[in-house]
Design a binder for this molecule. Structure first.
Ligand SMILES: Cc1cc2nc3c(=O)[nH]c(=O)nc-3n(C[C@H](O)[C@H](O)[C@H](O)COP(=O)(O)OP(=O)(O)OC[C@H]3O[C@@H](n4cnc5c(N)ncnc54)[C@H](O)[C@@H]3O)c2cc1C
Length: 356
């Protein structure tokens, strides 16, 4: 069986790593180069660990160094730094925090036997059917046919539109800045997310003492530092959170200017009912882009990869009924992902409510 994956984000890589263990031929097409993107941090919950085990990557995943370090408490603070409440560390509940690039490197290293095409844009030009394989057309006009295409091409997936499944995106009303400090910072033994006004600030100590932080604020869609007359997004987030407690300022100061990311938060306007057409499956954000409020976007994508990998393990042979396999994939994943997408949206609405 020949499988093409569009996109080498975390989900495309997880699918490639899992499938490479099945003895099927896997090729990945990624429009960016191989160098790691500017990465922030990521929190993964126990469903991600289960998916990694289902993908055959569990042993390596369990060995990956991760935060929070033992002894750290979860705390929610007020704008002035006073603690609203605190609880035992998230580590005790199976939450793992990573630098995204460490996770990416682990997944890439797990892709033995996978052929990567970096800097290559791929488009589905025929989704295929029971008799006809799916067709990809690359940026240089060459075409190739595949038993199965997994489109893990992200929030703005062109494959989703190509398959006629795109419900459009919804702006959630808030923007998120993220960064990782260049040096270890003392967070007074706590990790957590603080809520005040229409703002949130998250503090996530990583295993090497550096801190992943995120800052969320209700802002007009499309606003940027440049459109506000500021030199950098670091200036924008510094200004936005200038009234917050000193650790927030220290974290922002300790982050290099070019390491601050900003994204307006979008999710799918409506959850998809199907995750496939013909021989093409959507996975990850392409299938269920959700707000980050439950920290489940990548986790849900790893569940997609695990479901596909498990289903393919059952039918590896050439001539397998890929269409029936993808119907089972939709049945396994679409409803569950829709629930998480809607729960995440609700969480975002509650969290961004104006409060003191
Ligand atoms: C602020 C914020 C915080 C978050 N925090 C968390 C968290 O703590 N935990 C969590 O689980 N999730 C979190 N998420 C969500 C998570 O980042 C995403 O769900 C996840 O990264 C999606 O991975 P993906 O591989 O599906 O898509 P992407 O990472 O977007 O990858 C898609 C890839 O496809 C490539 N591509 C696109 N089109 C083509 C094409 N035509 N040809 C070739 N390549 C193409 C792109 O270049 C890209 O590399 C957060 C998101 C945000 C915005």
């Amino acid at each position: 069986m020949r499988i093409a994956i569009i996109g080498a984000g975390l989900v495309g890589l997880a699918a490639a790593a899992g499938l490479s263990r099945q003895g099927v031929q896997v090729e990945v097409f990624e429009r960016s180069g191989q160098e790691p993107p500017t990465g922030a941090g990521i929190s993964l919950f126990p469903n991600s660990r289960r998916a990694m085990h289902a993908l055959g990557l569990g042993e390596g995943f369990d060995r990956l160094p991760h935060g929070p370090l033992p002894g750290i408490r979860t705390a929610m603070r007020r704008r002035d730094g006073r603690i609203r409440f605190s609880a035992p560390a998230a580590r005790d509940r199976g939450v793992r925090m990573f630098h995204r690039n460490a996770l990416r490197e682990f997944l890439l290293d797990s892709c033995a036997g996978v052929t990567f095409h970096w800097g290559v844009t791929a488009s589905v030009t025929d989704d295929g059917d029971r008799l006809r394989r799916a067709q990809l057309t690359l940026g240089d006009g060459t075409t190739s046919s595949w038993d199965l295409v997994i489109a893990a091409d992200g929030l703005r997936s062109r494959t989703r539109s190509r398959l006629g499944l795109d419900p459009g995106l919804r702006y959630a009303g808030y923007t998120a800045w993220r960064g990782v400090t260049a040096v270890p910072i003392d967070t007074a033994g706590t990790a957590g997310e603080d809520w005040a006004g229409e703002q949130r600030f998250g503090t996530v100590p990583l295993e090497d003492g550096r801190v992943y932080w995120f800052a969320v604020s209700s802002r007009p869609v499309g606003e940027t530092a440049a459109s506000q007359g500021l030199a950098s997004e670091k200036d924008a987030v510094r200004r936005e959170f200038s009234g917050w407690y000193p650790t927030v300022r220290h974290l922002l100061e300790a982050t290099p200017d070019d390491a601050v990311l900003r994204h307006d938060i979008h999710d799918l306007a409506r959850p998809l009912r199907v995750f496939h057409r013909g021989r093409v499956a959507l996975a990850g954000d392409a299938a269920h882009a959700m707000t980050p409020d439950l920290g489940q976007g990548a986790g849900a994508g790893f569940e997609d990869a695990a479901a596909l990998s498990t289903l393919i393990a059952g039918v590896r042979r050439d001539g397998a009924d890929v269409i029936a396999l993808l119907e089972r994939y939709t049945a396994l994943r679409a409803r569950k992902a829709a629930r998480v997408l809607l729960a995440s949206r609700l969480m975002g609405k509650v969290a961004q409510r104006r409060r003191r």
